[in-house]
Design a protein around this ligand. Structure first.
Ligand code: PHB
Length: 390
């Protein structure tokens, strides 16, 4: 009896709502993206927002009867702000999925909120191996730095690079890059003769590069986050390091497609390992690059855009699979195990780790049609995060 009264009251309450509002509540599916739209990492936010909007323009904003609503919040890559925004998005906006996360500390700050509220959280940018372990609700569509670092450490000694100095941004992904590159290079008979760490905020590379010049290794291995590569390249060339016979190698973050064209001819020949290149020669990627450039005044998509585009795909398909009725847990289950062709090539969300399994390509900066590109010359297929095995 009591139950019936409650139901009747609930029904009444629903009808009492203005029609528009009731409809919005029933039919909307909210995706809250937290991105660095300002500050040092702003290019990441810009790329991911553009990619997410492109995905929606191409795939419509209604899935399984739900109207997709994209909410974008700027955290300026500041973890305290990320945490507050994640809380607000979950509690006030009642988002169905959280996404974005330009840097590792931001993803880690939001992780407990995903866990507490059982909200799937799609990491589209950050790349420290351990992130997916911070919450069982995290799924990643970017990459892990060890995926790229290990591939490069396998390539280097076979190509005359034995003695290396590493130079990394002093935080999560940089520490991963340093450790995984060194372990693998050492295993392969090479040697890391010095390991330098630069601050994440406003780094001055000059004193570090001077040190590298004095040591004169075969190569300098670099990890800096997307957006910082051009500064490293500029100072590397200004100091004549290339002329002194020191090669620049790194994860593909350093020859970021977003900045590569402005780096100049000095960047030619730089070899990196990464999961995405705007020059990836597939029909799916050509279509993606063309549409992205067209929608964004000629801006070239970088690997962050690929992470954002694929992140939206994973969310859309989870919503479709759950027929628009999914709880956070249902959506999460439908994200696990997704396998599809991304602009980067084939990709797979490992159901066990919730991390991305993908090809890693070796690429060399070359000029094509008057522009600089990361041209792929070798591939290691279906690479799992090497960090998960440790
Ligand atoms: C990160 O903070 O995890 C991160 C940011 C930018 C990158 C790679 C990793 O390019």
């Amino acid at each position: 009896m009591q139950k019936r009264v409650f139901l009747a009251t609930a029904a009444l309450a629903t009808f009492a709502l203005p029609a528009g509002l009731a409809l919005a509540q029933d039919n909307s599916f909210k995706i809250g993206l937290i991105l660095p739209m300002t500050g040092q990492q702003a290019s990441t936010g810009k790329q991911i927002e553009a990619a997410a909007r492109l995905y929606m323009a191409q795939n419509g904003n209604t899935v399984a009867g739900k109207k997709i609503e994209l909410i974008i919040k700027d955290d300026a890559a500041t973890p305290d702000v990320t945490k507050r925004l994640a809380q607000e998005l979950v509690v006030n906006d009642k988002v169905n999925v959280l996404g974005g996360f330009g840097v590792t500390p931001a993803a880690l700050a939001a992780a407990p909120i995903a866990t507490q509220s059982k909200t799937p959280l799609v990491v589209m940018a950050a790349a420290t191996s351990s992130i997916t372990q911070a919450s069982p609700y995290i799924v990643r569509t970017s990459f892990t730095v060890p995926q790229a670092a290990v591939a490069l450490a396998d390539w280097a000694p076979k190509n005359g690079i034995k003695k290396v100095v590493t130079l990394v941004s002093d935080y999560g992904p940089g520490i991963d890059a340093e450790r995984f590159f060194k372990d693998r290079l050492t295993f392969n008979g090479g040697q890391v003769v010095d390991a330098l760490r630069v601050p994440l905020r406003s780094p001055d590379f000059a004193p570090f590069l001077q040190k590298v010049r004095d040591i004169k290794p075969d190569a300098l291995f670099v990890f800096v986050p997307s957006g910082a590569g051009a500064a490293v390249m500029k100072q590397f060339l200004e100091r004549g390091m290339d002329k002194a016979g020191i090669k620049l190698i790194g994860t593909g973050d350093v020859t970021d497609d977003d900045q590569l064209n402005d780096m100049g001819e000095g960047a030619l020949g730089v070899v990196t390992a990464h999961h995405y290149s705007a020059a990836h020669p597939s029909a799916a990627n050509k279509k993606f690059v063309e549409a992205f450039e067209k929608a964004n005044k000629g801006m070239r998509p970088n690997f962050m855009a690929a992470g954002g585009y694929d992140g939206m795909r994973v969310i859309y398909e989870a919503l479709r699979a759950t027929k628009g009725k999914g709880t956070g847990d249902d959506l999460l289950a439908a994200m696990k195990g997704q396998i599809f062709e991304s602009p980067r090539g084939p990709m797979f969300i490992d159901a066990q780790t919730r991390d991305v399994v993908q090809n890693i390509y070796l690429r060399k900066v070359e000029k094509k049609d008057g522009q600089l590109f990361n041209v792929e010359f070798d591939v290691i297929k279906d690479v799992k995060d090497p960090g998960k095995a440790k």
